[in-house]
Design a binder for this molecule. Structure first.
Ligand SMILES: Cc1cc2nc3c(=O)[nH]c(=O)nc-3n(C[C@H](O)[C@H](O)[C@H](O)COP(=O)(O)OP(=O)(O)OC[C@H]3O[C@@H](n4cnc5c(N)ncnc54)[C@H](O)[C@@H]3O)c2cc1C
Length: 480
């Protein structure tokens, strides 16, 4: 069944590439993913045998069966000759393709296009416990679950992803998303409800009404830092398509003071915004919404000039915060995010420093091993490491974490290192993407020698036709 699906996706991809006169092999090379051999010959790849497997033993519990948990489970069953793995995951569609949610919000895809059934992707050699961990007790090598109580382990992998905290915004809750002009693509149903709101917004502009579109970015780390802007670019694209752009004002309200942490991408985005007459106001954090009146309230932080400091020979700059009320017809909310409560309150969370705020798992950033519990590894969005809350990071992390876990099971020190790679395919239009790849150096790290700050159609093809099969049939299967 899986091969039939890959074949279908490859057929779609070939049709699209044919219009551009490209073969699938050339397109994969051009997109810098020439190693994704399963896209060239799916049947051959699925028949691939296990590499030499290790005889080491031990019970592994993986908490969370999303992108990270499923991928590492699939790789571990290849690496171990007698795998003893339990995946604890409550959601039967945990492996769904979240990067597609932005496309759903703008009507390019439908919700069904991203859904994946966990049972089709979890390796058959692993046991799936459909349950939630409510307590981590690493001092006793156990977790406590909601339905099954205590589960003991020898080795633990924490891959719970993160928690969306809509209710931290006064007047807002997850249930309100999809009504009163308020959309959010951060969960699949929210994304599906965002599209009708966007359509209404576009049709109001087309009817001649002057309309306001507002797009937010909170004051916490978020998954896919590009998504708050992607949905804005797509709203712009839909307005242009409807010849209604002149009647709409589109404004981005990020909490930060830059468009992107990497200077080269920041500058490119500023130019793209200016070219599209999209506006922005930095240092605005959404704190309240009045859905009935359609008014958003932001805390705006800024500096005012204070006293002259004779020692430093400059004026003190005093931080101030004031509330700003902004009316909207359509608003896309990116909610504040944190580690799930069970992780946040556990001994596994950061105990010190700024990372402790989100309750992320305290890991050594290169080996992904816990800093205080040597038999615990973590990866994916819950990892308390710099940047990297993307599926692209997971793709690099799971191979590192899997091998390091096997090393530790064999009594050795971890041998593999994660270099901080992450990627944001920033959709700038329907048909173009800027592929922002970077790592801890905060420098662009393009996989292919093309100017990474340029918007290109080939990255649209990669985003819309190639990354989904790579995710489902490469990464989740532990082979890409
Ligand atoms: C709108 C949007 C756009 C995105 N765009 C991109 C993109 O273009 N490129 C990109 O690379 N990435 C993108 N991402 C990010 C990417 O999807 C995530 O980084 C990736 O899914 C992280 O994988 P994960 O396994 O850590 O978390 P998830 O895939 O979210 O999985 C975590 C799992 O843990 C489970 N869980 C949580 N708590 C518990 C518990 N207590 N007990 C048991 N199980 C638990 C959850 O049910 C969930 O299934 C996007 C995400 C969104 C939302």
């Amino acid at each position: 069944m899986i091969n039939e699906n890959v074949d279908l996706l490859c057929e779609q991809l070939d049709k699209e590439l044919c219009k551009r006169g490209l073969s699938r092999r050339d397109a994969l090379k051009l997109a810098g993913v020439g190693t994704a051999s399963f896209l060239l010959n799916p049947s051959e790849a699925s028949a691939a045998t296990k590499a030499v497997a290790s005889d080491v033993k031990g019970k592994i519990v993986i908490v969370g069966g999303g992108a990270a948990g499923c991928s590492i489970a699939s790789l571990l069953v290849k690496k171990l000759s007698n795998p003893n793995i339990t995946i604890i995951e409550p959601n039967a569609t945990s492996v769904s393709y979240q990067p597609g949610q932005t496309l759903i919000g703008a009507g390019v895809w439908q919700k069904e296009d991203i859904l994946g059934q966990s049972q089709d992707f979890f390796p058959s050699e692993a046991k799936w416990m459909q349950d939630s961990v409510i307590e981590f007790d690493p001092d006793k090598n156990r977790v406590i679950t909601a339905q099954n109580g205590e589960v003991k382990y020898d080795f633990l992998v924490v891959a719970t992803g993160l928690q969306l905290n809509y209710d931290k915004i006064d007047g807002l809750s997850r249930d309100i998303i999809g009504s009163n002009g308020i959309g959010s693509v951060y969960f699949a149903d929210g994304a599906a409800k965002t599209w009708p709101l966007m359509q209404k917004f576009v049709s109001e502009a087309k009817s001649g009404k002057k309309v306001e579109g507002v797009f937010t970015h909170p004051n916490t780390p978020i998954k896919c830092g590009g998504a708050p802007k992607k949905i804005m670019y797509l709203t712009n694209a839909r307005l242009v398509e409807a010849k209604a752009r002149d009647n709409a004002t589109l404004t981005f309200y990020p909490n930060g003071g830059k468009m992107f942490g990497v200077p080269e991408y920041h500058e490119a985005i500023v130019k793209q915004f200016e070219a599209r007459d999209m506006k922005w106001h930095y240092k605005h954090n959404l704190v309240a919404v009045d859905p009935g009146k359609k008014i958003a309230t932001f805390d705006h932080s800024y500096l005012v000039k204070g006293e002259w400091d004779p020692d430093l020979e400059e004026f003190d700059m005093i931080p101030q915060v004031k509330q700003v009320k902004v009316p909207f017809d359509f608003m896309h909310v990116t909610p504040p995010m944190s580690a799930p409560d069970a992780v946040k309150k556990s001994p596994l969370a950061w105990q010190r420093g700024s990372a402790s705020k989100g309750g992320w798992v305290e890991l050594k950033k290169e080996t992904l091993q816990h800093t205080r519990y040597a038999n615990v590894f973590g990866l994916g969005d819950v990892a308390g490491i710099p940047m990297g809350k993307t599926g692209g990071s997971v793709r690099k992390q799971y191979t590192v974490a899997a091998q390091n876990l096997v090393d530790v099971m064999s009594g050795k020190a971890p041998t593999q290192k994660y270099g901080g790679y992450t990627v944001c395919p920033l959709i700038t239009d329907i048909g173009t993407v800027m592929l922002a790849e970077f790592d801890w150096s905060k420098k662009p790290t393009p996989s292919f020698p093309l100017d990474p700050t340029k918007e290109r159609w080939i990255w649209w093809i990669l985003k819309v036709y190639m990354l989904k099969p790579m995710y489902f049939y490469g990464m989740l299967k532990g082979r890409a």
